[in-house]
Design a protein around this ligand. Structure first.
Ligand code: SF4
Length: 139
């Protein structure tokens, strides 16, 4: 069996909304590769394990410091809000399809303003657009 992809709690929504923007070229290339797997025809079957440390998306991030982050305090707050919203914790395993179902059931359009407060990418509106799309079409 393939090893699961690791995600910090807030990265479920980030992966849903990702449109090619990131903190550096290598960060963006790595995230694009992960998101491409999730958006492939069999992407809903991809297994994800929740971690509260640096994950597969963080791996090439210029802010990563070992298993932590130069912005650890801010990220911990984001993770806590998203973990509560999605009902996940360190070690939770779920497929991408299950994760999207949880987002749809538990995160309403318009919620990201409070859930993601402080995030650099929030004002672009890409993540809210993706969330609205998920509610409208399931994809
Ligand atoms: S606004 Fe930021 S934290 Fe929220 S889903 Fe988008 S990229 Fe992730």
């Amino acid at each position: 069996m393939t090893d699961p992809i690791t995600f910090r709690p807030h990265h479920f929504l980030c992966a849903l909304g990702f449109e090619g923007k990131g903190y550096s070229d290598s960060f963006t290339a790595n995230m694009a590769q992960i998101v491409d797997r999730l958006r492939a025809p069999d992407g809903d079957d991809v297994l994800i394990e929740v971690t509260v440390q640096a994950d597969h998306i963080c791996a090439p991030c210029p802010h990563r410091m070992g298993q932590s982050c130069a912005k650890a305090a801010k990220i911990a707050v984001l993770d806590q809000r998203h973990a509560t919203a999605l009902g996940v914790q360190d070690g939770t395993r779920l497929t991408w399809g299950d994760a999207k179902a949880r987002v749809r059931a538990r995160v309403a359009p318009g919620d990201l303003g409070s859930l993601c407060a402080g995030c650099t990418w929030l004002s672009l509106g890409l993540c809210e657009a993706a969330l609205a799309r998920l509610h409208d079409t399931g994809a």
